[in-house]
Design a protein around this ligand. Structure first.
Ligand SMILES: Cc1cc2nc3c(=O)[nH]c(=O)nc-3n(C[C@H](O)[C@H](O)[C@H](O)COP(=O)(O)O)c2cc1C
Length: 180
């Protein structure tokens, strides 16, 4: 079974914790978890399926390790690769910039050939503007997680999104819902 590379960047550990909660649902045999601070572009060669996660900081800025890697990720050829995205943000504290970095990453990798799975409804979130929202649609480009304002919704969102991408990827491997 081909493995999935889950690459995250995290300033204070929230995105990192979500990365491992996704791995726990999809299986440690299937998902390798990698910190973007520790990888090179060559690591992308090992995976045809990727899950990429990052937080947004400082009014719509990219998480710092992803920012350091930004020039490199722009060089990755995603042709033939399928990618699911997840982003962390704070919808009440930063409602004009909610999850912006996830949208910015989407906009870099799609022109480079990535096929995206895991689009996610904006229902249940309260924000004014987001670069992660598909223009004119009620969708984010990936899973939105808000540990600052809606932590109690996170486990259910992770359960539903992991089942969604599992189906969209055509996986037959075991998957489990968790109440973590
Ligand atoms: C100073 C500061 C700036 C932030 N800026 C944004 C922002 O512009 N947009 C957003 O959605 N969230 C913003 N956040 C919320 C973080 O993205 C959120 O706390 C996230 O869980 C951090 O994840 P990490 O620990 O993995 O970096 C900000 C938080 C802080 C403390």
């Amino acid at each position: 079974m081909a493995k999935i590379g889950l690459i995250f960047g995290s300033d204070e550990g929230n995105t990192e914790a979500i990365a491992y909660r996704i791995q726990a649902r999809l299986g440690a045999d299937l998902v390798d978890v990698l910190d973007v601070a520790d990888i090179t572009v060559l690591d992308f060669d090992n995976y045809d399926t990727l899950i990429l996660g990052l937080s947004t900081w400082d009014f719509g800025q990219i998480q710092s390790d992803w920012e350091d890697f930004w020039g490199d990720v722009g060089q990755v050829d995603f042709t033939g690769k399928t990618v699911a995205l997840f982003g962390l943000g704070d919808q009440f504290g930063y409602g004009d910039y909610f999850l912006d970095a996830m949208g910015m990453l989407h906009d870099v990798i799609v022109p480079n050939g990535a096929r995206i799975v895991g689009y996610w409804s904006t229902d249940g979130y309260d924000f004014d503007a987001s670069k992660a929202q598909v223009a004119g649609e009620n969708l984010f480009v990936g899973l939105g997680i808000d540990q600052d304002q809606q932590e109690d919704l996170t486990a259910g969102r992770l359960n539903r999104w992991c089942r969604q991408i599992h189906a969209e990827l055509g996986l037959t491997s075991p998957i489990q819902d968790l109440d973590d």
